[in-house]
Design a protein around this ligand. Structure first.
Ligand code: AMP
Length: 595
């Protein structure tokens, strides 16, 4: 990627995007050729291609893989072996993705050049927005951005999240010249490792600058809503700080204090009164437009699992502020942008940028029949970027400069059309994930293993777990996992009994036992980021799951093949279970978690 291209702004970037998408096929071939030239000598590629750089050898011989195949190479590099076993360039950091493998976070290799690719995608966002909304350069953005704790591998390679990497990079920190990248939150506050202090100070700065704020947002909708709920809890303290011109003593991080104090140079009782009057109103419906009168849109990922947050955002914005999803990206690679940012979140499609990585697609037959992790994907099944078909579903596969070759990202996409020659995709779902609130992603197997562990506690007390299912409850902020459990006493001889009242302590221990058995990212979200609330078990009365089966069969499930769904998302099934709840119990503490 050309470094000087980062200097391009506005129409230049959009013209370049036209050329890129018109020549998607050539751009993809060029990318693959360059990746092979740089990486053909690696131990990984060499085993399949014998040192060749031939594209057809790549296509016929390099297998489609999941993380488990790449993980041993990454572990070796983390322990000190040279990057060249996987990648022709130095791997400078390992990006901790929200996907997990055997309970541990997945680590994605990254080379220094990757930052240019990510910055290129970011540099497109404001020129695209500017086509639809004028004057955005005249004000500021209150984007709630956070970094996460980072560690070093034994060999001294930093392990961090992709966003932490970006916010700490000169690409983000030296954006001052960019008209559109004026954020209310100072960089020192964004970089504060304590997310509560950072959130407090970012909200404070955003409130002080409320007249100048034209854009609100966060990367994911979950983080944005969490900040609004934090504001609901802390607005009195924030108003007080503004009134007296003094930052609360709860902010102990000295860099954060110093950077925020300058926003409170003088007491401002007038502003404090205005904010107090707004925040003390009984309903917070439409609060965002009242606090930030000039705001033109709210930006956050609201597609895929984040769609569950649309109603809450519509409540806080009273449906009057456009909700904008701008980009689709991951730790493995950044993928694409939304070229119609003002469309409703349900209609968002992302145009894939053919210069980010080499993209291939596994067609999903019968609409959405997913392919298991351990299933072999024949090489000749793969479809290249420009050959996907409108309306069809695919699983995304990437080959990157940094050492992922035909790697299954885990996302399922549907083609909605083409922009020039580049396809546009609707994000459908993440393969296997059934529960997610923030960056946690719990699949059926993880959930089952955790429930299996916890139910032993019941069995020790002569109870049996007859059936279970789950859902996420995002009516609380942060959202939390809910398990519906039907329990039977083994000492009672009659038909399945409603076992309530069960010992509350026993069920609370089951809640925490499930949480302790869930994966690293879940436990981090719960215990460290506080972006997921305590897990809840809702006991349901005897026969509730029979009722669920009757309902689903009446809706078309085959009685022969009926399996209890391990997650019920919404609608009549959820309503039925909730109507049979006899008791509800929450985790009494945070699960164990270490960096
Ligand atoms: P991570 O590697 O932890 O950054 O997670 C990346 C994953 O987040 C992607 O593979 C998607 O599953 C999800 N994701 C990222 N951007 C979007 C988006 N715009 N819409 C829906 N899901 C997204």
């Amino acid at each position: 990627m050309d470094e000087h291209k980062l200097g391009y702004k506005g129409n230049d970037v959009l013209q370049e995007l036209e050329i890129l998408t018109l020549n998607a096929k050539a751009a993809q071939e060029l990318i693959l050729r360059k990746i092979l030239e740089k990486n053909h000598v690696t131990e990984y590629l060499n085993q399949f291609m014998n040192g060749s750089t031939d594209i057809s050898a790549f296509k016929s011989q390099v297998p489609v893989v999941t993380y488990d195949v790449v993980q041993p190479y990454i572990a070796r590099i983390a322990a000190g072996e040279p990057s060249s076993i996987l990648c022709g360039e130095q791997i400078v950091e390992l990006l901790r993705s929200s996907g997990t493998s055997r309970g541990e976070p997945r680590l994605m290799p990254s080379i220094s050049e990757d930052l240019y690719r990510r910055t290129y995608l970011y540099s497109l966002i404001m020129p695209i927005m500017n086509k639809y909304i004028r004057g955005l350069g005249e004000g500021k953005a209150m984007y709630l951005l956070f970094v996460k704790a980072e560690t070093l591998t034994n060999a001294g390679i930093p392990v961090r999240s992709v966003l932490t990497s970006y916010y700490k990079s000169p690409h983000f920190l030296h954006r001052k010249h960019d008209l559109y990248n004026k954020y209310t939150g100072p960089d020192e506050v964004i970089l504060c490792p304590d997310s509560e202090q950072s959130m407090y100070c970012q909200l404070l700065c955003g409130l002080v600058e409320r007249q100048h704020v034209l854009r609100l947002g966060a990367v994911f909708a979950s983080a944005f809503l969490r900040s609004i709920s934090f504001l609901e809890q802390h607005w009195c303290d924030l108003v007080n700080d503004i009134r007296i011109g003094q930052l609360s003593s709860n902010i102990t991080n000295s860099t954060c204090r110093l950077a925020t104090q300058s926003f409170l140079a003088l007491p401002n009782p007038e502003l404090a009164d205005e904010i107090e009057a707004i925040c003390s109103s009984e309903s917070w419906k439409g609060i965002l437009g009242k606090l930030w009168l000039n705001v033109k849109y709210i930006e956050a990922v609201l597609t895929g699992t984040m769609a569950q947050y649309i109603p809450m955002l519509e409540f806080y914005s009273d449906g009057k502020i456009p909700l904008v999803c701008t980009m689709y990206a991951s730790s493995e690679s950044y993928f694409g942008v939304n070229l119609r940012p003002l469309c409703s979140p349900e209609d968002v499609s992302y145009t894939i940028l053919p210069n980010m990585a080499y993209f291939e697609f596994i067609p999903l037959e019968d609409g959405l029949k997913l392919i298991e992790d351990d299933e072999v994907v024949e090489n000749d099944k793969l479809v290249s970027l420009v050959d996907v078909k409108v309306g069809c579903y695919y699983e995304l596969v990437v080959t990157t400069f940094s050492g992922l070759y035909r790697y299954r990202v885990g996302d399922v996409l549907q083609v909605t059309g083409f922009y020039n020659r580049s396809p546009q995709f609707k994000f459908v779902c993440r393969r296997n994930v059934i529960l997610t609130v923030d960056s946690d992603k719990t699949n059926e197997e993880d959930l089952h293993n955790s429930v299996t562990r916890a139910k032993k506690l019941l069995e020790n007390r002569n109870y049996l777990l007859l059936e279970y299912t789950s859902c996420t409850d995002t009516s609380t902020v942060p959202g939390h996992y809910v398990l519906f459990w039907e329990i039977k006493s083994t000492t009672y001889e009659g038909a399945a009994t409603p076992c309530v009242p069960l010992d509350a302590q026993l069920l609370e221990s089951c809640c925490i036992a499930v949480e302790e058995a869930l994966d690293y990212v879940y436990r981090r979200c719960r215990a460290h980021d506080k972006s997921v609330g305590p897990l809840e078990i809702r006991l349901v009365e005897a026969g509730a799951f029979d009722g669920l089966m009757d309902l689903l069969v009446s809706q078309g499930s085959s009685i022969n093949q009926y399996k209890t769904p391990r997650c019920v998302e919404s609608g009549p099934a959820l309503k039925l279970l909730n109507s049979r709840v006899t008791g509800s119990f929450f985790s009494p503490r945070d699960p164990e978690w270490t960096v």
